[in-house]
Ligand binder design. Structure first.
Ligand code: 2IP
Ligand code: CA
Ligand code: CA
Length: 379
């Protein structure tokens, strides 16, 4: 399993390279930020390019994992569909081909013959990423890839990625919006039970290289299975137990009743807002917030699977909020944890894979209980 972890770190870095190239290369950047004006064909083309960046990243990950672990082919799922209809009404399936040239030719058919853009993307896809020093030596987990399946969110917080506001991150502080909220998320779960067991998060835009000014990323990973609980982020120091000091991060579009209830529980200074479902869970992992509460089914399995594995490795988790509100258990109730193997059968399309009961991401189950009891009867 350590081999799989090293591979996921590598492909996440390659994905981050593609995400950076789309902002760094003028020919690609123009497509990414172009205003949706002009005729319908132009609008559709620009829209397609934004989706194409996501699809290309997802397919790179799917391709590279499938090559090294053929037993996982068919079990690598993601947010995006790789079927496109180009401006001429032709249906194109985006895949990574055997050579850079073949991939460029295929991409050009989606990019309405823009060969410069297609070649730049193909080069990033076929280039080897920088070696990642992940300190995974000695890690051994009694699981085989044939027991696992994968969820990919190629870029989470796409709106922040496209808007592209640059924030200088301050150590120990949550920064609510900007490029750093965009994350590559790859999570592996057990096919049999749906438990998330391995997660890789790559933050392509963590800081700028002081020398050259280019963006540099940061990666985070975690493994949680049986007695093995290892995370690249060390557990933040616990503050005194109890309600005091509890801090929460929410989506700015969260329901008013949740905002009010948590303001009285945490105090106005300890209630924060941030973009990106993945980024909010990363804030909990890093200890920048204690919990992330979401009362709606607006996140999906690909948003939570990877960061959930890291939280489990730290002794926390991600609970289904609706189930938690119904649970009578006084201790940690494993029945309420999100799982990743089964669709929500009443949902349609992407909603089949939504975390439809909402969620609470937490490091400490006492804090989960405080949140749940404060929200009981309010939703
Ligand atoms: C989105 C993205 C949004 C989030 C939403 C996710 O994923 O993370 O930012 O909303 O839940 O599904 P919010 O920022 O209000 O939490 P994507 O960018 O991949 O569509
Ligand atoms: Ca997402
Ligand atoms: Ca996405």
């Amino acid at each position: 399993m350590a081999d799989l972890l090293r591979l996921l770190l590598r492909v996440a870095e390659k994905a981050a390279d593609v995400a950076r190239v789309c902002r760094q290369e003028a020919a690609l950047f123009e497509l990414l930020v172009q205003e949706k004006t002009g005729d319908d064909k132009n609008k559709k083309f620009v829209q397609d390019f934004k989706t194409l960046a996501d699809v290309v990243i997802q397919e790179v990950i799917r391709h590279d994992v499938g090559v090294q672990f053929p037993e996982m082919v068919g079990f690598i799922h993601g947010e995006e569909s790789n079927k496109f209809e180009n401006g001429l009404g032709e249906s194109v399936t985006v895949t990574v081909c055997g050579t850079e040239e073949e991939t460029a030719t295929l991409l050009a058919t989606v990019l309405d013959g823009n060969h410069t853009a297609a070649s730049l993307l193909a080069r990033a896809i076929h280039q080897d990423p920088a070696t990642i020093d992940a300190h995974t030596e000695g890690l051994s987990v009694p699981l085989s890839p044939s027991e696992l399946a994968i969820w990919i969110d190629p870029i989470d917080a796409t709106s922040q990625y496209i808007e592209g506001r640059e924030e200088a991150l301050e150590e120990g502080h949550l920064s609510p919006s900007g490029l750093h909220c965009a994350l590559v998320l790859i999570g592996a779960y057990l096919r049999s039970t749906g438990e998330p067991v391995m997660g890789v998060i790559n933050q392509p835009f963590n800081h700028k290289d002081p020398a050259g000014g280019a963006w540099r990323g940061k990666h985070f990973w975690g493994v949680s299975f049986g007695d093995v609980n290892v995370c690249s982020v060390s557990r933040p120091k616990d503050r005194p137990a109890g309600r005091q000091g509890l801090s929460a991060v929410l989506s700015s579009s969260e329901k008013q009743v949740v905002k009010e209830t948590l303001t009285s529980l945490c105090g106005p200074d300890k209630l924060m807002y941030a973009s990106g479902a993945g980024y909010k869970i990363l804030c909990v992992i890093q200890g920048l917030a204690d919990v992330y509460v979401l009362s709606e089914g607006s996140t999906f399995k690909w948003d939570s699977c990877a960061p959930h594995a890291l939280l489990r490795a730290l002794g926390g988790g991600v609970a289904d909020l609706t189930k938690s509100l119904k649970s009578n258990s006084a201790g940690q109730d494993h029945q309420v944890e999100l799982t990743y193997h089964q669709p929500y059968t009443e949902g349609k399309g992407a909603d089949r894979w939504s975390n439809h009961g909402g969620l609470v991401a937490y490091r400490d189950c006492c804090q989960l209980r405080s949140i749940v009891s404060a929200l009981k009867g309010k939703l």
